[in-house]
Design a protein around this ligand. Structure first.
Ligand SMILES: C[S@@+](CC[C@H](N)C(=O)[O-])C[C@H]1O[C@@H](n2cnc3c(N)ncnc32)[C@H](O)[C@@H]1O
Length: 253
């Protein structure tokens, strides 16, 4: 009995040391801490865009809200609408308690709001899987003002563990931090030259898509199979990743 206990303790120490001295684990830990300490936040960027538009009667839509105090309640637009099926937050006080697909379908059929509505900023932060984000972008474009902005959270995963597909697979060095595969949808969309796009290097990567401002060149990096290693090597070009100060200069604020 005693020998079994000692063996178990010895095994646990061995496993602990494997983590403690693993260079990948420690490197990702550093990347995680680095990203968490970046400022400003996503709501600062969204508010910068609303300030740039300078409209008294601005319209804002947020897809994926969770706790509204984290972002939604901090947005300065006059008219704000929110969509979330309530998967992650029990007190789901949003306007439309449905998935983004259900919301856009209802919007099209005049079941929600008015199918003629145009938003100035649409923040996509719902299900962080590339296929869903791609749909969210395409649907959002139908309801965006010609000079409006689509904003996407989590475009810049600092490691492949942050970019895992399954949120619940959290026995990785990224722990509970999760960006999913939003980056794939964003870099794919960035191939289109009829839109302009940029990613601000803060708060896990705040991607922006618009026709209003020329943010620079589209993505020309060849990454046919969306390999994380290629993305990491050409991260700056793939995302058009810029520092916050450069973004503010481009807005002329
Ligand atoms: C990362 S949280 C949103 C965080 C919030 N936007 C913020 O900035 O603090 C993601 C939210 O998306 C919601 N969600 C999950 N699947 C969704 C879907 N298909 N459509 C819309 N929202 C979804 C979840 O319920 C969750 O509350």
């Amino acid at each position: 009995m005693m020998i079994n206990k000692i063996t178990e303790i010895r095994d646990n120490i061995h496993i602990g040391k494997l983590y403690k001295y693993n260079e990948y684990y420690n490197h990702v830990n550093e990347l995680n801490i680095n990203e968490i300490t970046k400022r400003p936040y996503r709501f600062d960027i969204i508010n910068n865009l609303l300030t740039y538009l300078n409209k008294e009667d601005s319209y804002y839509l947020e897809i994926g809200v969770r706790n509204p105090n984290d972002n939604f309640n901090k947005i300065i637009a006059k008219n704000k609408f929110s969509v979330d099926p309530g998967i992650e937050f029990e007190n789901n006080s949003v306007d439309f308690k449905v998935t983004s697909d259900e919301f856009f379908s209802g919007l099209k059929n005049n079941e929600f709001l008015n199918s003629e509505i145009k938003f100035d900023v649409i923040f996509i932060d719902g299900l962080h899987l590339a296929n869903q984000v791609k749909k969210d972008i395409e649907n959002s474009l139908n309801y965006l003002n010609p000079n409006g902005f689509i904003v996407l959270h989590d475009c810049n995963p600092p490691s492949e563990y942050h970019a895992r597909e399954d949120f619940y697979n959290d026995l990785t060095p990224a722990k509970k931090s999760w960006n999913g595969t939003t980056w794939k949808a964003f870099i794919e969309f960035r191939k289109k030259d009829e839109f302009s796009s940029i990613c601000v290097d803060t708060d896990w990567g705040v991607g922006i898509i618009t026709k209003a401002i020329d943010f620079g060149n589209p993505n020309v990096i060849d990454n046919e199979f969306y390999e994380y290693k290629i993305f990491n090597e050409f991260r700056k070009e793939s995302l058009n990743l810029v520092q916050y100060e450069d973004f503010i200069n481009k807005l002329g604020l």
